[in-house]
Each structure stands twice: as C-alpha cells, then as structure tokens.
Design a protein around this ligand. Structure first.
Ligand code: GDP
Length: 302
C-alpha cells in the first residue's frame, strides 16, 4: 500500500497540488471557487460530485476558516476521503467454498484494450502469493492471441490456463475451467472474457450465457469490470453499458499511472453503485494494488 501511495503521487499529484494551491489562497473569492470547480471537472470527477465537494469546502471555509495551507490540506483530505467512500466493502470474494467443494469464481469483463488480461495475470499473482491455487480460463475464444497472452501469464505465475480451440463457445471454456478447478480443489477460477462492444445485445448474450453456464456449478462470486482510467467519458459509457448487462460487483481501474484524472474513481463508483476494488498502476506483474481511499487521497495530495 505504501507503493500505491507513492505511485499515485507520481501521476496524480498535479491535481492535488493544484487544489491545495487554490484552497490555500488568502482570499477565497468567487473566481477561486470557480477555478477549484474547473480543476475537479478536468480531473473527471463528474458534475454532481464536484458540486457536492465544492459546497462542502465552501461551508467549511465559512464556518472553520481556512487559516493557511496546513488546514486547507486537512480539510481537503477529509472531504476527499469522504467523497471516495471510506466505508464501502472493497474486499474480493475469492475464498473457496469449502462445504460445497468448489472454487470461488471471478468473472472479469470489460472492453478489449482496457487491461483485462493483464489484470487477470496480476490478480493471479497476488492470489498465488497468498498461497492460493488458481485456475485461469481463456473465455475470449475469438482471438487466439488473447488466449496465448493469458496462457503466457499463467505460465509466468505458475498456474494452469484452460482454453478451447479458436472459435469455441466461451461459456463451455468457462464451464470446463470451473470443472477443472473443482476437481483440482483449486481456490479460485479467474475467467477472462472477450470485450467486443459492437452490439449490446451480443455482449449481453455472451456474458449472460457464460454466467448462466458457470452457475450450474454454483453462483459467480465476483464480476469485476475493468475500465481504463485514461479514457474519461468513454470509460463512463462503457461502465453504463456493462452495468446494464451484468451485475458488476467491483471495478478495476487500470492505467491510473498514465493519467492525472483520478476523479474518475468517484465518478465511476457513482455510475455503477459499486466500489473500485483494485487499481492498475503499470504494465508489470506487481503493478496491481487494492484500492484504499485514504492511501489514494494521500497519493493525490502528494
Ligand atoms: P485486454 O484487451 O483488455 O485484455 O487488455 P490487455 O491486458 O491486453 O492490456 C492492454 C494494454 O494495456 C497492454 O499493453 C497492457 O500492458 C497495458 N496495461 C494494462 N494494465 C495497465 C496499467 O495498469 N497501466 C499501464 N500503464 N498499462 C497497462
């Protein structure tokens, strides 16, 4: 977690410094409040959260006074943490169902290119480091390269990858993987899916079928939606579409290392009503971190 903070400081501190600079001004006039609002909107925080935050800050400035940078920082920190949602349950449901003798099942969905496969690889590594047995499922059967990429991650992390021939039914690959996982008494099966977003109906059919077929073994424990933090409004549209198609239980925000627009965390949580559980901070195997509001805000404030 120390790393989450340090890494975020690198990409997000421009935002934090900008806000602190503005809030520390001697006179907080209307122009300054407008600048604060613009800064938050530019960081992809979204209109409603921006207005709420500015309102809270204005009230506190009025009631408590903002006597200098020190206090501005304290107040901004408190309000940002509150906005990010310190009480949301961000734990991953990856515990094996011992009594039913089956693994936890995690479905990973999202548009191609957002970092789905990389996230599955990184997450497998985290779980293996926790001494858990993991099976990967390459349910993106449309591109052989996708299954190859996942298999490479599996080999790297030292876990098996279940895949089918090119063009195989994604749901049957997912089903086989859960069966393999059950027989091997694995703890977790991570299912990488295809993310072609040409038609909502097509996507709905495919993800719906995977979920239904897998559920013959038992309920899916997590549906993680992977979103690329650098895509701004586009990412929000994707979140909306996927949110309508599957019951997303957690968000993975990737490429947070490549943007200063950390406000997307709040915007996307609001859109879907589910927490950001993990963040991607780079392309490497260790560049995945559990999301933690206070660490995030401290990274933001540098
Ligand atoms: P998929 O098509 O959704 O499975 O996406 P991939 O996993 O193939 O990732 C697409 C690209 O994004 C690859 O070049 C990854 O290395 C890169 N990527 C994934 N996650 C991150 C991240 O957190 N930070 C950065 N900088 N790059 C990432």
């Amino acid at each position: 977690l120390v790393r989450l903070r340090a890494r975020l400081a690198r990409s997000q501190s421009t935002l934090g410094r900008g806000l602190l600079g503005l809030l520390s001004r001697e006179r907080l006039d209307e122009d300054t409040w407008e600048e604060i609002e613009d800064t938050l909107l530019t960081a992809d925080l979204g209109v409603a959260p921006t207005q709420e935050l500015v309102e809270r800050l204005r009230t506190r400035a009025r009631v408590e006074g903002l006597a200098g940078p020190e206090q501005a920082r304290t107040i901004l920190r408190e309000e940002l943490i509150a906005l990010v949602g310190p009480d949301m349950d961000r734990s991953l449901r990856t515990d094996r169902h011992v009594t039913e003798n089956r693994p936890a099942v995690v479905l990973v969905v999202g548009v191609n290119g957002t970092g789905k496969t990389t996230t599955v690889g990184k997450l497998a590594r985290v779980l293996v480091a926790e001494d858990r047995d993991v099976v990967l499922a390459a349910a993106d059967t449309f591109r052989a390269a996708a299954a190859d990429q996942l298999t490479t991650w599996g080999d790297r992390v030292g876990v098996p990858t279940v895949r089918g021939p090119e063009g195989a039914d994604p749901a049957s690959v997912a089903f086989d993987a859960v069966k393999t996982g059950s027989e091997a008494e694995a703890d977790v099966v991570l299912i990488d899916t295809a993310g072609r977003l040409q038609t909502k109906v097509g996507l709905m059919d495919e993800l719906g079928k995977i979920k239904r077929v897998v559920e013959r073994h038992g309920p899916v424990d997590e549906v993680l939606l992977v979103l690329d933090a650098t895509t701004g409004q586009n990412g929000m549209i994707q979140a909306k579409v996927f949110g309508e198609v599957v019951d997303v239980t957690g968000i993975v925000l990737t490429k947070l290392d490549g943007t200063a627009k950390g406000g997307i965390v709040v915007a996307v949580q609001r859109e879907l009503g589910v927490p950001v559980k993990l963040v991607g901070l780079g392309e490497g195997a260790d560049d995945l971190a559990p999301f933690e509001p206070a660490e995030f805000v401290d990274g933001l404030l540098g």
